[in-house]
Design a protein around this ligand. Structure first.
Ligand SMILES: NC(=O)C1=CN([C@@H]2O[C@H](COP(=O)(O)OP(=O)(O)OC[C@H]3O[C@@H](n4cnc5c(N)ncnc54)[C@H](OP(=O)(O)O)[C@@H]3O)[C@@H](O)[C@H]2O)C=CC1
Ligand SMILES: N[C@@H](CC=O)C(=O)O
Length: 323
């Protein structure tokens, strides 16, 4: 049995789930001949109450990071996590991350590591519903021509609650309470979180250099007056839809609130549910759907990635240049 030195950056909604699942799935690691040694669990506030075992090595001191063979980053933000992970990546070691903001915004630095298979980031898009794995492996023989998706659980949840007559702000508070929303929920309701996820998808199926600035983005925080009420009156639903299409000018990416028939698959019930429909030459039409936010659901993808990383399976590689 080999001891694997693991570092966990963040122990909030997702990090607590990661700790719980690593413990619950210890036999899966043992079956690979691995026993996890948690070198440190980085947090900001040691006094914050959290539902984790008391012997967890919680710390505000990141000095354990260089001793780790694998890092799991579930802290959020952009500059701080990147600064903490930089030397680890430079040393050629694997990083598992759920952080779509960092991946979307600092791609020029992260892309070479992703190309080398060092970055595992299934949880960054649709959390526990696996899409990046199939897109970066099995579906590479197909050519994606169109993709549309619900990528933000907070917005799906808020819009669903509003359909039931709830007030927008109360629904937003509920989404925060359930652990769906980002620390700064403006990222969710403005459409930025969905745009970050859309560029991560676009790099796997369309263009490995796809940038966040290429996404036209509107959220649900500034719906035109009457938009929701008129849709409701017409028996339609409003959903925040992310779409990637190709026309004569190239790839177009857009996130916007759309009116959809109530029978549309994107309107099926499910609070934190996301869905992705893609059309491809080869694979035809495919549909992925499931819970896509919350602690344990997201942790399931993070720990799945961790099992891949410790087994030597490469992470999510972008589409090769010129493919
Ligand atoms: N929540 C979800 O459903 C999903 C989240 N994600 C992504 O996962 C990541 C984590 O999300 P989530 O768990 O919800 O976030 P939380 O805010 O619940 O947890 C963040 C954790 O990171 C710690 N942390 C944050 N900044 C610092 C810092 N500068 N130094 C040290 N520790 C820090 C916090 O410490 P402390 O506890 O002391 O405050 C906390 O433990 C984000 O990138 C998010 O986008 C991805 C998919 C789904
Ligand atoms: N805030 C995000 C969490 C998962 O990525 C969302 O609401 O989808």
């Amino acid at each position: 049995m080999r001891t694997l030195r693991l570092g966990l950056l963040g122990c909030g909604t997702v990090g607590s789930g990661v700790v719980q699942l690593i413990h619950q799935r210890a036999e899966r690691f043992r079956a690979l001949g691995i026993q996890i040694e948690l070198m440190g669990v980085l947090v900001r506030d040691l006094q914050r109450p959290r539902a984790v075992q008391p012997d967890l090595p919680l710390t505000t001191d990141a000095s354990f990071v260089p001793d780790c063979e694998v890092l799991v980053e579930v802290m959020g933000g952009v500059e701080r996590p990147l600064a903490l992970c930089r030397d680890h990546l430079l040393a050629g070691k694997p990083l598992v991350s759920a952080n779509k903001a960092m991946l979307a915004e600092r791609w020029s630095e992260l892309r070479p590591y992703a190309e080398r298979g060092q970055l595992h980031y299934e949880a960054s898009v649709m959390a526990g519903t696996p899409v990046l794995g199939p897109l970066s492996t099995t579906l590479r023989a197909s050519r994606v021509t169109h993709l549309e998706a619900l990528l933000n659980a907070t917005c799906t949840f808020i819009l669903g609650r509003m359909e039931a007559g709830e007030d927008y702000l109360i629904a937003l508070r509920e989404a925060q309470h359930l652990g769906y929303a980002e620390e700064d929920p403006t990222l969710d309701v403005s459409g930025v979180d969905a745009a970050q996820k859309l560029v991560i998808l676009a790099r796997l199926v369309a263009d490995p250099a796809f940038g966040l600035g290429q996404v036209q983005c509107e959220g649900i925080d500034a719906l035109p007056a009457g938009f929701f009420a008129e849709a409701h009156k017409a028996g339609e639903r409003v959903r925040l839809v992310a779409e990637l299409t190709q026309d004569v000018c190239g790839w177009q990416a857009r996130v916007s609130p759309r009116r959809l028939p109530a029978t549309h698959p994107f309107c099926a019930p499910g609070a934190g549910r996301n869905a992705l429909r893609l059309q491809g030459e080869g694979c035809g039409e495919l549909y992925f759907a499931g819970a896509s936010a919350g602690g344990l659901v997201t942790a399931s993808a993070v720990v799945g990635d961790l099992l891949s990383a410790v087994s030597g399976v490469p992470g999510h590689r972008p589409l090769p240049t010129g493919a």
